[in-house]
Design a protein around this ligand. Structure first.
Ligand code: UD1
Length: 376
């Protein structure tokens, strides 16, 4: 039997929970797969990276590229230079990238140029907003990937509309939900709520880090007004992303944010801590992509502070409202959230905790076919 060498690429926080179930599944077939984790180092703080490796049961990365922060060009280029060298020395049979971060695109370009088969998890998601750096990363990665794994039907439709060959596309479900389903017992047991003194209290949960919301002083000052409104209704917990923390400081807005009554600002949290807060929160206010999906699976109302979403299934499911930064729309959405009844809610099809095994079956088949010279 052949053993295939597979590289799994992670770089930034949202990648870890998508790679972990795949890593576990491939490790269970270690006779067939020699699996290596490559961490680009795009995210490097303990609470943005290491804590996820520990909680999600992944070993240390096999390779750490240590690229750190920088402009988009610098970050992308550093990953490319270091990853190209690694690929040259190791020649993996296949590389898997996830999501839409700079590390995703950088590793993909290297694979395309070095002739290494590339699989993209979360393919086809589109916000149709080219001002988002992540949209550029998504479109370009899908264009050069050999295997396109979609998490929801819109992904398949978008890929077909863009001319991707149908045989490359596989609707396999949502790997991030695999992690959530698998770790649900540990998430439920986590004691963050007691530790924060929130036991028995209702609270909302906020995350904000998109450049369009936090990189401009006027916009961040507008976010301040939004959070004042939300906190005037009750407790709001806000784990602060490093990008947002840095901008808050440099725009001189830190004191104003920290002075909002009922707004509890904390450092970025581990996976179990954050997910425990999410499953117990009355609502989410967020600009994250992954959180729109996690709330959909949990049946928690999500208010998305963006003009669009690349995850329309979450809106169709009735758990997600897209409000942008319009205060009236947000107040209406807070009302909707307050009356939200999750009792009859069931998660979307294929978001069943088994996506990774479907992906691995396709990878196995693909690698066997390539060996025979029949791959797509
Ligand atoms: C990146 C992704 C985004 C994803 C997000 C999740 C891109 C283009 N963006 O955005 O899609 O939703 O991660 O968090 O890839 N920083 C730290 N410590 C860290 C990591 C970052 O202090 O561990 C600081 C950096 O110095 C930088 C800022 O945070 O100033 C932004 O980091 P960066 O990786 O450029 O993008 P994110 O905003 O995190």
């Amino acid at each position: 039997m052949n053993q295939y060498k597979i590289f799994l690429i992670v770089g930034a926080r949202p990648n870890f929970m998508k790679i972990a179930p795949l890593f576990r599944c491939l490790q269970n077939k270690e006779k067939q797969f020699d699996t290596k984790i490559v961490h680009t180092g795009q995210h490097y703080d303990y609470e943005m990276s290491q804590v996820f490796f520990e909680q999600l049961g992944m070993v240390e990365p096999d390779y750490f590229l240590d690229v750190g922060s920088g402009s988009h060009a610098v970050q992308t280029a550093r990953v490319m230079v270091k990853f190209e060298k690694l690929v040259g020395e190791n020649r993996p049979d296949l590389v898997v990238v996830v999501g839409d971060v700079n590390s995703t695109l950088a590793a993909s370009i290297v694979c395309a140029k070095c002739g290494i088969p590339l699989a993209h998890i979360e393919a086809g998601l589109r916000s149709f907003d080219r001002a988002m750096p992540e949209e550029i990363n998504r479109v370009l990665t899908d264009r050069i990937a050999d295997l396109l794994f979609a998490s929801e039907p819109s992904g398949v439709k978008n890929l077909i509309n863009e001319g991707a060959a149908e045989k490359k596309i596989h609707l396999c479900g949502n790997l991030m939900i695999d992690s959530l389903a698998y770790h649900l017992p540990q998430i439920k047991q986590n004691d963050i709520i007691e530790k924060m003194g929130l036991k028995g209290q209702e609270f909302g949960l906020v995350t904000l880090h998109r450049p369009s919301n936090v990189d401009n002083k006027e916009t961040l000052a507008h976010v301040l007004k939004i959070l004042r409104k939300a906190a005037s209704r009750g407790n709001v917990v806000w784990p602060l992303h490093p990008r947002t923390a840095a901008n808050m400081k440099s725009f001189g807005l830190e004191k104003d944010f920290r002075g909002i009554d009922n707004l509890i600002i904390v450092d970025p949290l581990g996976y179990f801590e954050f997910m425990n807060l999410m499953m117990n929160s009355a609502y989410l206010l967020t600009d994250s992509g992954g959180i729109q999906e996690e709330t959909t699976w949990l049946g928690v109302p999500c208010i998305t502070l963006r003009e669009n979403t690349e995850r329309p299934l979450t809106v169709d499911e009735g758990t997600n409202r897209i409000t942008g930064l319009d205060i009236t729309a947000i107040i209406n959405a807070l009302e909707w959230a307050a009356n939200f009844d999750p009792s009859s809610y069931t998660p979307p099809e294929l978001w069943d905790g088994k996506a990774a095994s479907r992906v691995v079956n396709v990878l196995e088949d693909f690698l066997e076919q390539s060996l025979k010279g029949n791959a797509v």
